[in-house]
Write a protein that binds this ligand. Structure first.
Ligand code: 13P
Length: 250
């Protein structure tokens, strides 16, 4: 059966020293908490991975991106094997900020997914629609294309190393959360797409996270939905107490 996950995505925030301190606080709180009903992950900038890895005992570590090549003359890029060599277990791929500001396409993300899995990383794969796509009703097609074109070449066995994060772009950093019913509708749709392609067992075993202005006050209602298995948290992951307020929401 699938596991619940709450993952932080720090984005481009904190110095290394600040990040190590935040990771220490989160790790201590997770260690102290008894009977947590979810796995906890922190997604941190590349520069922080090695140092943060050394202070985590009860929390898993993720990068926020990796390159679409393994090694070579790609100045400024960081490859999946490099990420894995820091001790990270996960990488976030396909975040809408990467798609929008750095022009990442479904085809490029397919390559990144393959390289990440090859390097032994698990992938937190983000999908989601813009406000315009929500309004013009094309959002089901947009989300389907993101999944089909970047993930559905994988084997059922490889899918066990994929976590999906549904992040409506209009809800990211805006304070406007999708209602729990809106989120559940998409999560159920995603699970059905997986079931159609891989069968019910794989679909039931796939963790699907919600992201977009998730906070301690709205997490319990979101996480109570049958197809919402946790959250990918931006702003509220930058303070240990608000992040833990979401971690303990199950
Ligand atoms: P916020 O929680 O700040 O809205 O960000 C969500 C997100 O983009 C997580 O990846």
């Amino acid at each position: 059966m699938r596991k619940n996950i709450v993952a932080g995505n720090w984005k481009m925030n904190t110095t290394v020293a600040e990040g190590v301190e935040l990771a220490r606080e989160v790790n201590a709180a997770v260690e102290k908490a008894s009977e947590l009903k979810c796995e906890v992950i922190v997604g941190v900038p590349f520069t922080h991975l090695t140092a943060v890895s050394q202070v985590l005992t009860a929390v898993k570590l993720s990068a926020e991106n990796c390159a679409d090549h393994t090694s070579g003359a790609y100045t400024g890029e960081v490859s999946a094997p490099m990420v894995a060599s820091t001790g990270a277990q996960y990488v976030i791929l396909g975040h809408s900020e990467r798609r929008e500001y750095y022009h990442e396409t479904n085809a490029m993300l397919k390559t990144k997914v393959d390289l990440a899995l090859e390097a032994g990383l698990k992938v937190i794969f983000c999908c989601g629609e813009s406000l315009a796509q929500r309004k013009d009703g094309t959002y089901f097609d947009v989300i389907k294309a993101e999944l089909v074109e970047s993930l559905f070449h994988l084997s059922a066995e490889q899918m066990s190393n994929i976590v999906i994060a549904y992040e409506p772009i209009w809800a990211i950093g805006t304070g406007e959360t999708a209602t729990s019913d809106q989120a559940e509708e998409i999560h159920a749709f995603i699970r059905q797409l997986i079931a159609d392609k891989y069968g019910k067992q794989v679909a039931d075993d796939t963790t699907i996270l919600y992201g977009g202005s998730c906070k301690p006050s709205n997490a319990p209602e979101l996480f109570a939905k049958p197809d919402i298995d946790g959250g990918l948290i931006g702003g509220a992951s930058l303070k240990a107490d608000s992040f833990m307020g979401i971690v303990t929401a199950f």
